[in-house]
Design a protein around this ligand. Sequence first.
Ligand code: FPP
Length: 244
Amino acid sequence: MTNLEQIDKTRIPQHVAIIMDGNGRWAQQRGKERCCGHQAGAETVNKITETAAYLGVRYLTLYAFSTENWNRPEFEVQALMQLFIDSLKEETLMKNNLRFRVIGDKERLPLNVRESINRCEADTSSNTGMTLVLALSYSSKWELTNAMRLLAEQIQEGKIRPCDINEENISQQLDTAFMPDPDLLIRTGGELRLSNYLLWQCSYTELYFCDTFWPDFSANDFYDAIIDYQHRERRYGKTREQIQ
Ligand code: FPP
């Protein structure tokens, strides 16, 4: 039985988040510049987007650039920004009926990147297929700080009281308010950490780590992650007896 056949099509995770790590090391292993790894990684983005949509995943959220990544060498940051512009193809998104969204501190992005994002978000807003979400200039600490500021403003304006703050209205102030929390988070590249990614939203997310560098991550590797997820028991703090 192939690993695609092992997947239970009735239990596909609704939301998969991915930390696409290992581009730099993939390139360095081949004696190439780090940016070649990012270019190869962009091809993997297309392949895995197609695979996830085919399986019926509703939201795919890819960590493409963290707020900390602004501290990388200037030429690498510029190469990544150009790669985002080159990769954001409305025709491909439309052809595949994908909705496109970006989460993160968009104000920090160069104007041409913001224009590409705005165009793709607007043009695909009525599509009905999977939502492809890019986390760009994103970090959880930035997002939560922003949410706290917004809630403080609402208190200052007398719209809510401090005792009205709850998990729901905090979630509503996050960039991710339009989608459910991830069911499965995959990190490629062998590191075992969350790197400031979706910390609030991953409270009950199943975590899957693999050593494969992102440019080498294949559809089969994605199926393996889904199969692993389907063997997990999600108890949300309850006992096994309660959920059975
Ligand atoms: C982490 O690997 C990856 C990034 C910081 C960039 C992610 C970008 C892409 C996958 C390419 C383009 C994306 C889109 C959406 C078109 P790393 O550079 O930290 O790798 P390393 O840990 O091996 O150094």
